[in-house]
Structure formats: structure tokens, C-alpha cells
Design a protein around this ligand. Structure first.
Ligand SMILES: [Zn+2]
Length: 150
């Protein structure tokens, strides 16, 4: 499951709308070991294409180095589809190289509403996962152990 703050969802959707009809892409970094997306980093789609995205190689390199220094991981890797559903294309699957990441797709094919879905992509296998949008991570429990017994 992907648990994600509403403001980060809004940022992804706004980025996708801004770059429409080209695909938008980016990363939400999170502290290592938490699986919690926190730091929104919009990236440049070097392909500037309505059907394909590719991180700008310089930005990609710098961001991964920066995350390494900050003990962060790419918790979410997102991109938009501008004319099709929010489901990974064959190319997306072939290029997915982060088995720990949540691959989030936003579709902007409808001007008034968006679709947002999340997937794990491991060894070419796509698994959709539920998305829980929360106002804050502060009050969300990680498990039943957080709840007092009485
Ligand atoms: Zn795609």
C-alpha cells in the first residue's frame, strides 16, 4: 500500500497538468527505511514527449547523489499519461529499475478529473497497490501495536 500526504498528491497532479500534453515526471524522496514519501522533486522530462518520459540525465544523477547523502530513497517515482489510463506502458515496465519504489501514474486525459494509481514493478511484473491519501503522517498508525490495549 502507498500512504501519501494530500499536498504531495496535489503537487503531482499540478505538475502533470502544467506539462500536459507532454508527460511530466519526478520523484518524492523519503527517509531510508520508512517507505514515507516526503520531499517533492519535479524532474525535467528530457524526451518532452506526449507518450514517453525520461529523466534528464544530469538531474537524475544529481538527485540520486543527493538522496544518497541525505539517507533518502526514491519512495515514489511518478509520471503522467496524457492520453491514456494511469497504467504502466510496456516501456515503463522495461525501464523500471527501483524495486523498492512506488511507481505512481497520473492520467490527465480528462480535463476535469485525474486518475492516480500506484504500482510495484519488480522484474517486469506489475502489481497494483491501494493508495491511501492522508492529511498528515503524524496521526497515522503503522500497525496495531500503536493502539493502547485499554
Ligand atoms: Zn508511462
Amino acid at each position: 500500500m502507498l500512504q501519501i500526504r494530500r499536498d504531495l498528491v496535489d503537487e503531482m497532479v499540478a505538475h502533470a497538468r502544467r506539462d500536459h500534453p507532454d508527460e511530466a515526471c519526478g520523484v518524492i524522496a523519503g527517509p531510508e527505511g520508512t517507505d514515507r514519501p516526503e520531499r517533492f522533486v519535479p524532474m525535467t522530462n528530457a524526451a518532452r514527449s506526449p507518450t514517453f518520459y525520461e529523466f534528464d540525465s544530469g538531474e537524475h544523477f544529481r538527485l540520486w547523489r543527493e538522496m544518497d547523502r541525505n539517507d533518502e530513497v526514491p519512495a515514489v517515482i511518478y509520471h503522467s499519461h496524457t492520453a491514456t489510463e494511469a497504467y504502466p506502458s510496456r516501456t515503463d515496465i522495461n525501464l523500471a529499475s527501483e524495486p523498492e519504489a512506488h511507481y505512481v501514474l497520473v492520467s490527465t486525459r480528462h480535463p476535469e478529473q485525474y486518475e492516480l494509481r500506484s504500482f510495484r514493478i519488480v522484474d517486469g511484473q506489475v502489481t497494483e497497490e491501494p493508495v491511501e491519501v492522508v492529511e498528515s503522517y503524524l496521526f497515522s498508525h503503522t500497525g496495531a501495536d500503536d493502539v493502547p490495549d485499554s
